[in-house]
Design a protein around this ligand. Structure first.
Ligand code: AR6
Length: 176
């Protein structure tokens, strides 16, 4: 049966341009500095205060999530997750799952009911897209019952291939 609430959706887009979302998730580096990909886009739009806010919280470990304000982003907050570097940080599926789980728990603790995720670890960190998407969607689905306030979980995917893979897993996992 398709889920009604909370809504889980997959869109193609830019994680730094999600105007109707309370908290966006950053595919961060351990130092919580700017970088390429998602981190670069979020830090550029948020402004230099985002890296300043991250400094006292860094370094973070693979699987860990921390929260800062969003500054000039359209979102009140950013949750920074350090995904596993594929082939180095083990066990990779557990560490990746922990990112999604911790991000949802942090959002719920802070009363942030609409959250947007990128596909953590699937860029520079090299996690195979299909495997990462399965971990991401299944973790969100198993964690949401513990976060009853969350109303919207949006996956913001950067290209069509990534969108399709996430959409397929969402359908497979919610229509069993
Ligand atoms: N919006 C949505 N998704 C994006 C965007 C965007 N603006 N830009 C890229 N993606 P990555 P990682 C996709 O590399 O693998 C950084 O430099 C991208 O196509 O951002 O966790 C940090 O500083 C890919 O599918 O994150 C770290 O050092 C996915 O988002 C390191 O990269 C994640 O790509 C983190 O690597």
């Amino acid at each position: 049966m398709p889920l009604e609430y909370p809504l889980i959706e997959c869109l193609e887009g830019d994680i730094s341009a999600q105007e109707d979302i309370d908290v966006v998730v950053n595919a961060a580096n351990a130092e919580l500095r700017s970088g390429g990909g998602v981190a670069g886009a979020l830090h550029r739009r948020a402004g230099p205060q985002l890296a300043e806010a991250g400094r006292p919280l860094a370094p973070i470990r693979p699987g860990q999530a921390v929260i800062t304000p969003g500054f000039d982003l359209p979102n009140a907050h950013v949750i920074h997750c350090l995904g596993p570097v594929y082939g180095r940080d083990e066990p990779a599926p557990e560490l990746l799952a922990r990112c999604y789980r911790q991000a949802l728990m942090l959002a719920a603790e802070h009363g942030l009911w609409r959250i947007a995720f990128p596909a953590i670890s699937t860029g520079i960190f090299g996690y195979p897209l299909k495997d990462a998407a399965e971990v991401a969607l299944s973790t969100v689905l198993t964690t949401l019952p513990e976060c009853p306030g969350i109303r919207l979980v949006r996956f913001v995917l950067f290209d069509e291939a990534s969108l399709e893979v996430h959409q397929r897993w969402l359908e497979a996992l919610t229509t069993e």
